[in-house]
Design a protein around this ligand. Structure first.
Ligand SMILES: [Fe+2]
Ligand SMILES: [Fe+2]
Length: 259
């Protein structure tokens, strides 16, 4: 039996601080083997640089997945080609830096991770539900496989869950920054949730300071966005499984210690 903690979109400093403060305790409490975190908002709320990636690895994250904000910071482009354990959606174009799958080993066990992007309201090179078949071949030697489907539309995530039921250990959704209440093990044995949520400040609007976001919505005029700091939370799921069969998926929603 292996245990995977998947952490939803880590947003800005508030989110990184929650991961740093809570992960050591959770690792002990929940006997975690693998930690995967979506880091597409780790740098000031948009994108990631090698600095934030190193910070996440330093506090115990094994694999970082990304999404639509992957290329926001130029410094990360070569890093994505060099570092095996930070992955961007597998259905991006071959001309875009980075890879879409990785495999990590720990105490004799192994976890394959695949990142995908949805197609509705997102710029992905090919359909997620087609690309996944090739991507799974790249991690076929892994004992456990987790897929992070970074997508806006709930329908695309639900469809992927069914398409992969029985073939992977877990399909988890990210991107909306709001956790959904549908975590369950599907009949074929795959753990599934439509969205894990966001690890960051709940006092903002999906990570942005709320007064700024409200002002833009009321005025239709651009203005600067800063990352929220108030009321930080960890939004994650814990998956227990053996091979491609999950025993359980459980939401881990915990308040952080505050700024
Ligand atoms: Fe995000
Ligand atoms: Fe996103």
């Amino acid at each position: 039996m292996s245990t995977i903690l998947f952490i939803g979109d880590v947003v800005a400093r508030a989110g990184r601080r929650v991961v740093r403060d809570l992960l050591p305790g959770l690792r002990e409490e929940l006997a975690i083997d693998f930690v995967v975190a979506n880091g597409e908002n780790a740098a000031g709320g948009l994108g990631i640089t090698p600095k934030e990636a190193a910070e996440l690895y330093g506090v115990g994250v094994d694999v970082i997945t990304l999404g639509n904000h992957t290329y926001r910071h130029r410094e990360v482009w070569p890093y994505l080609d060099e570092q095996p354990n930070i992955i961007r959606p597998a259905n991006f174009l071959p001309t875009q830096p980075g890879r879409g799958t990785t495999l990590v080993e720990r105490d004799g066990g192994s976890l394959g991770v695949v990142n995908l992007s949805g197609n509705l309201f997102m710029q992905a090179g090919s359909p997620a539900l087609l690309t996944i078949d090739d991507a799974l071949r790249e991690v076929e030697d892994a004992e456990l496989v987790l897929v992070d489907m970074h997508a806006e539309a709930t329908s695309e995530k639900v469809a992927l869950g069914w398409h992969l039921d029985g073939r992977v250990t877990a399909v988890v959704g990210t991107h909306t920054h709001v956790p959904t209440a549908d975590a369950r093990v599907l009949p074929g044995g795959t753990a599934y949730i439509t969205d894990v949520g966001m690890t960051g400040a709940r006092g903002g609007v999906i990570g942005v300071r709320r007064e700024q976001s409200i002002a833009v919505m009321r005025s239709h005029m651009p203005q600067r966005y800063d990352s929220a700091e108030e009321d930080p939370w960890l939004n994650a799921v814990l998956i227990r499984g053996r091979g491609r069969r999950a025993d359980s998926i459980e939401q881990i929603l915990r308040p952080g210690s505050g700024p």
